[in-house]
Ligand binder design. Structure first.
Ligand code: E4P
Length: 217
């Protein structure tokens, strides 16, 4: 499973890139708004740090507006991916961009039907939102599992980005469900690598080592 960071924070990305864990980045209008910076600057900085796909979302709701934004954003960096909402206009724009060789990520996917349509329209990536489904007591991970089955069954090329990942369980289950990619917030990362038994294990080894150190003189 590939690993994307779900953030618009350049410093956070720089820190985590050093761990060799970042295959790509996803952003959305809310994440960009949190940074209080110029959208283009943020995306270009991220694209320079991360060599993999970096999703930047359009905000237009009509096809013409989406395509206008998409064509502009696509000029910003070679690894930028156009993120579009799962609507009729989003599907048409996705199909058009696919025919031009521009990569797309269809976002806000909440059902197998939506995912299948986006894949058929030519989306490079489809993003089912696991956490937001769990929030309304629907099994978000079942959607990821079912989408993977459907894509494989029909030989559709889209890759699934398990999005709206909120906890370790989501992360692990996304891998088991066959998500091609999980996009996770930087704040979740320490939770993934930490374990109380690792901490207590280090503590015990260091304590025991004090005895060895005293023997060495
Ligand atoms: C993914 O592309 C989205 O930006 C993100 O995962 C949404 O997560 P949230 O539901 O926690 O806002």
């Amino acid at each position: 499973m590939k690993f994307y960071l779900d953030t618009g924070n350049v410093e956070e990305i720089k820190r985590i890139v050093k761990l060799g864990l970042v295959d790509g980045v996803t952003t959305n209008p809310s994440l960009i708004a949190k940074e209080g910076r110029v959208f283009k600057d943020v995306i270009q900085e991220i694209c320079a740090i991360v060599k993999g796909p970096v999703s930047a979302e359009v905000i237009s709701l009509d096809v013409e507006g989406m395509l206008k934004e998409a064509h502009e954003i696509a000029q910003w960096a070679p690894n930028v991916v156009i993120k579009l909402p799962m609507t009729e206009a989003g599907l048409e724009a996705t199909h058009q961009l696919a025919s031009e060789g521009i990569k797309t990520n269809v976002t806000l996917i909440f059902s197998v039907a939506q995912g299948l349509l986006a894949a058929k329209a030519g989306a490079t990536f489809i993003s089912p939102f696991v956490g937001r489904l769990d929030d309304i007591s629907v099994d978000g991970m079942a959607l990821v599992r079912n989408l993977r089955q459907v894509l494989d069954q029909y030989g559709l090329a889209s890759e699934i980005i398990a999005a709206s990942i909120r906890n370790v369980g989501h992360f692990e289950q996304a891998a088991l469900a066959g998500a091609h990619i999980a996009t996770i917030p930087g704040t979740l990362l320490p939770v993934l690598w930490k374990h109380p038994l690792t901490d207590s294990g280090i503590e015990r080894f260091l304590k025991d080592w004090e005895k060895v150190a005293s023997i060495q003189g």
